[in-house]
Design a protein around this ligand. Structure first.
Ligand code: ACO
Length: 320
């Protein structure tokens, strides 16, 4: 059995902040941010929360699938920035969307989270442990960044995306996943709960710290590698892939990955200009945008590839 995507949904906060807004907060400029990252604006939560955006995205994905919520038997929620730890965010979504027959849990693999969650759902389906899964990536990165640190706060945005996948006899799904904990220091954010007795603590380490160039080099090397790994395992050529949906961290990373693969850049859709890096939400948001624009046709082959803290990287080759 293979899980085929049959519905997508997304939700981003109402409020937008463009690069000129950022330049009023930290010492930066529209030109610097656009050139280095491709980001023009990002959506930032006000009243919204990670869970409330996820609920909206999930409702839209369920509606788009045409499958009743009661038929969902697994909810996987990829996030590293949920405001709620207990109950897990997946159970909050379950309650809100009425997926009464689903088991749900959260999964944290930072920006790789959605792909790892998607691959986990596929493993459940292949093992006969579930038939219909709701897979969500949702983040409030604005809660995780130090808004006085220009090297990180300009990069990220908030949002949520979701897909419904259903078991089918025939179809294509090949997965790959890797982590390298030795390189973990390149991208860190320590829990604000780690010293419960010291309620005043709010130090630098509680915000995202990143060696941008290390992460950049890692992504540009590992994304092409994992794509080639999938193509080789499936025995197909690069030219057979219709869309490469990469984590939307940075335009230069996507362009460099396409160049290394000698692939046509027009097959690498991008939307980081509008949303910034929404971590685990970026791939399902982009997928939903493409789906709603009618750009995805049944039978097309798609590779989704995520990368991020861990360091970790993962990919899935699917047929639409
Ligand atoms: N505005 C203006 N100047 C800035 C800013 C800013 N927002 N941020 C940094 N600078 C300055 C630096 O201080 C530095 O100045 P200096 O030369 O006087 O010291 C200069 O710009 C160059 O800084 P670099 O860090 O070398 O810039 P770089 O070209 O590497 O671009 C960037 C930085 C955009 C972060 C890049 O390294 C990158 O995209 N890395 C990948 C990051 C990423 O994608 N992370 C997410 C991974 S996914 C996840 O799991 C969260």
């Amino acid at each position: 059995m293979v899980g085929r995507i049959c519905g997508t949904g997304s939700c981003v906060p109402q409020r937008t902040m463009d690069n000129n807004d950022m330049a009023r907060i930290v010492d930066t400029s529209d030109e610097w941010i656009r050139e280095r990252t491709g980001v023009v604006r990002r959506h930032i939560i006000e009243e919204e929360t990670t869970v409330s955006m996820a609920v909206q995205a999930a409702e839209r994905a369920i509606e788009n699938s045409g499958i009743p919520a009661e038929e969902i038997d697994l909810i996987l929620f990829a996030t590293s920035s949920s405001e709620v730890i207990m109950p897990c965010a997946a159970c909050e979504v379950q309650r809100a969307v009425g997926a009464v027959n689903a088991a749900g849990f959260d999964l944290n693999a930072a920006c790789t989270g959605f792909v790892f969650a998607f691959n986990t759902a596929q493993a459940y389906i292949a093992a006969g442990m579930c038939r219909t899964a709701l897979v969500i990536g949702a983040e409030s990165m604005s809660n995780m960044v130090d808004w006085t640190d220009r090297s990180t706060c300009v990069l990220f945005g908030d949002g949520a995306g979701a897909v419904v996948i259903r078991a089918e006899e025939n179809g294509l799904c090949r997965t790959a996943a890797h982590s390298d904990g030795k390189k973990g220091k390149a991208l860190t954010c320590l829990s604000r709960h780690r010293k419960g007795w010291d309620k005043t603590q709010d130090d630098k380490e509680s915000y995202i710290q990143m060696d941008g160039q290390d992460v950049f080099k890692f992504a540009v090397r590992k994304v092409p590698e994992i794509i080639e790994e999938l193509l080789e395992a499936e025995g197909i050529g690069l030219e057979e892939i219709d869309h490469f949906i990469l984590h939307q961290a940075n335009r230069r990373i996507v362009e460099a990955a396409a160049k290394r693969l000698k692939a046509d850049i027009s097959k690498f859709p991008m939307d980081m200009d509008e949303y910034g890096n929404t971590s685990a939400a970026s791939i399902p948001i982009l997928l939903d945008e493409m789906n709603r624009k009618g750009l995805l046709q049944r039978g097309q082959k798609i590779i989704m590839a995520g990368f991020g803290a861990g360091l970790s990287w993962g990919a899935s080759l699917i047929e639409w």
